[in-house]
Write a protein that binds this ligand. Structure first.
Ligand code: ADP
Length: 192
């Protein structure tokens, strides 16, 4: 089994690279951001609740996010593993993920972090905001608050996985194809 965690600040390219990874390695792609947006679109109770946090650039509370992810992990069918994108974002979430996987006799294989400097993140997100309907990408204050939350609550997870020798870092300041090749070779080397 290959359980990959793709990690990095908002705008680093996690979503883009996840699409390649899911196909290449036949992984079940679980993006908490996508799941929330789907719920917001369908006006479910979960979506209505999550929207208040997302619109302010804050994290959705752990208990909501963890329950939601736990449910989504139930149906794995014939995939080679999971690809977690946007989860975990707190230590509490990482511990819950370990528990979920442990109960399935599995574990995270690698955490791959895409590093991109703050100025570039803001630029990319504002650009994405112009062509998407994501309200959280259309306002510079909200973008800055998401980056701040990442720095304060999420980035510490690099250490969490480093202590387990699962942390891998790559430079996200190159072309999409370049980043993709770097990630593929990291995974291929790991699998040897
Ligand atoms: P980005 O990485 O560009 O911020 P995402 O689509 O991953 O975009 O997430 C969008 C928003 O959804 C986040 O700003 C946050 O409010 C919420 N969210 C997504 N994943 C989580 C999570 N694991 N825990 C709490 N909130 C989350």
């Amino acid at each position: 089994m290959l359980n990959i965690l793709i990690f990095g600040p908002p705008g680093c390219g996690k979503g883009t690279q996840s699409e390649f990874l899911a196909i290449q390695y036949n992984l079940k792609h679980l993006s908490t951001g996508d799941i929330f947006r789907e719920n917001i679109k369908n006006k479910t109770d979960l979506g209505i609740e999550a929207k208040t946090y997302i619109d302010q650039g804050q994290l959705v509370p752990d208990f909501i996010t963890i329950n939601m992810l736990g449910e989504k992990m139930q149906s794995k069918s014939d995939f080679n593993g999971f690809l977690f994108d946007g989860f975990p974002r707190t230590i509490k979430q990482a511990e819950s993920l370990d528990d979920f996987l442990f109960k399935m006799n599995q574990e995270i294989s690698m955490m791959i972090c895409i590093e991109v400097p703050k100025e570039e993140l803001v630029k990319r997100l504002l650009k994405r905001g112009k062509s998407s309907d994501r309200a959280d990408d259309q306002n510079k204050e909200i973008i800055l608050s998401r980056i701040k939350v990442y720095k304060e609550q999420t980035e510490i997870l690099k250490e969490y996985y480093d202590q387990k020798n699962k942390f891998f870092n790559i430079d996200g300041m190159s072309t999409i194809d370049d980043v993709k090749q770097k990630i593929f070779s990291l995974i291929n080397n790991h699998q040897k």
